[in-house]
Design a protein around this ligand. Structure first.
Ligand code: FAD
Ligand code: UDP
Length: 379
């Protein structure tokens, strides 16, 4: 079998590139996907009770990129949705990112007012600051607040989720959820936020429905390696796996999702509730809040962090740390040797903690390179 482009993986990265290459360059694309469905970790489906669930953890789409939003809007309408998360501290469900509303929930009024003034002076109105930065303050009262947030919101959650302390990870990880000097309880403040109106899978189906795209499900690249001839390949699986772990395995973190169906309209007040301090799990998710589905029953999923073992569970998270990046760089050097024959992209191919919009932006940028390459190759 011979194709123009072989794409390994049908998540946001693979689907975007397949769609662009088929529709814009008129090339034949074969997508091989080892799972029994398209969509990667953003896949959603109806469970046996008719509840639309996110099989691999809640996925909220948010972006500041008009390019990404406009691109995906070709394949879906949107349900406007602003995600909210609560975290359980001393028995109270307080807003995260930790904000001025969280302050009033955990401290007596006078102390909360004092801390609010300090935060306004330190960061400024409506500003965000990473917790690890706030802990560097020389102001004793602010340091008290920083330590309180670090101890009650970040420390144990991070140890459970990553198996590492916050300072053992790249600071970009905890700064995803900064201290926010505002009363805005939304998890994200991006310009565009929402969910595909008919679900992610429906959107992926439209992206991949081009007549020049064929999708082979339940097919691991390992099974077809050497059997399918191609001009070019895009690999969106783990880059270390592609190179047969020649420099050693890159570390990932995995999760286990425990689904429970409940005979009540809602289980919790918002889509995600975090449990940093109690239990071995980190989060309870209820996707009905995200999808807006109206039912008198619900399904929740409880998120249990796990050690990743290749072939046993899924590599959900690359682990952002300098030593892992150095190891990745060795694989990136190998990738360079393959020139324009094989490209790597996506959360696993680039070993980067991408959100969905970042995966799409990366794919669209790679597509520009590919399109320019095609022009250069023309006789
Ligand atoms: P993936 O979605 O991982 O797709 C890769 C695909 O390649 C998979 O389908 C895999 O089966 C396939 N594959 C791998 N190896 C092979 C092989 N050897 N052969 C064949 N196929 C292979 N982002 C947000 O913006 N908002 C959120 O709320 C959000 N929540 C998340 C929650 C969780 C629990 C996780 C894990 C991620 C979340 N993300 C979220 C991130 C989002 O899932 C990623 O940005 C996105 O999935 C990246 O797309 P991708 O195509 O690069 O990778
Ligand atoms: N985090 C935390 N407590 C929280 C929320 C987040 O410690 O209540 C930290 C934790 O290290 C987490 C990181 O911030 O892994 C990023 O959180 P985010 O919600 O972005 O994680 P994701 O949704 O990608 O799992």
């Amino acid at each position: 079998m011979k194709v123009d482009w072989l794409i390994v993986g049908s998540g946001f990265t693979g689907a975007t590139l397949a769609e662009r290459i088929a529709s814009q360059l008129g090339k034949k694309v074969l997508v091989v996907e080892k799972r029994g469905h398209i969509g990667g970790n953003s896949y959603d489906s109806y469970d046996e009770h008719g509840v639309l669930i996110h099989n691999y953890g809640s996925h909220t789409f948010h972006t500041n990129s008009a390019m990404v939003w406009d691109y995906l809007s070709k394949f879906t309408e949107w349900r406007v949705y602003f995600h909210q998360v609560r975290t359980v501290v001393d028995g109270k469900k307080i807003p995260v990112p930790f904000n001025l509303n969280s302050l009033t929930e955990v401290f007596p009024p006078k102390l909360a007012e004092k801390m609010e003034t300090l935060l306004l002076q330190h960061f400024g109105f409506a500003k965000k600051g990473p917790i690890l930065k706030l802990r560097e303050t020389s102001d004793a009262e602010l340091r008290f607040l920083a330590d309180y947030i670090y101890d009650h919101v970040f420390y144990r959650y991070t140890v459970k989720h990553w198996g590492l302390k916050p300072e053992e990870l790249d600071p970009s990880v905890t700064s995803r959820v900064p201290v926010f000097v505002s009363r805005d309880n939304r998890y994200f403040q991006d310009k565009y936020q929402g969910l595909p109106k008919a679900g992610y899978t429906a959107m992926f189906n439209r992206m991949l429905s081009h007549p020049d795209i064929k999708v082979l499900l339940n097919t691991d690249y390992k099974e077809v390696e050497g059997e399918i001839r191609y001009d070019h390949m895009i690999f969106t699986g783990p880059i270390d796996e592609y190179f047969h772990y020649i420099y050693g395995a890159l570390p990932y973190r995995s999760l286990r999702f425990e689904f429970q169906h409940l005979h009540q309209e809602y289980y919790q007040e918002v889509g995600t509730v975090n449990y940093p301090n109690d239990y071995a799990f980190t989060r309870i998710l209820e996707q009905k809040h995200l999808t807006g589905q109206k039912l008198d029953h619900t399904t929740i999923s409880i998120v249990h962090p796990e050690k990743y073992t290749a072939g046993v569970n899924e590599p959900y998270y690359p682990i952002p740390r300098a030593d892992n990046r150095n190891l990745y760089n060795q694989y990136a050097e190998e990738a360079k040797q393959l020139g324009n024959k094989v490209f790597f992209a996506g959360r696993l191919g680039d070993y980067k903690y991408y959100n969905m919009d970042q995966a799409v932006a990366r794919a669209l940028t790679l597509f520009q390179h590919i399109a320019a390459m095609g022009e250069a190759e023309k006789p």
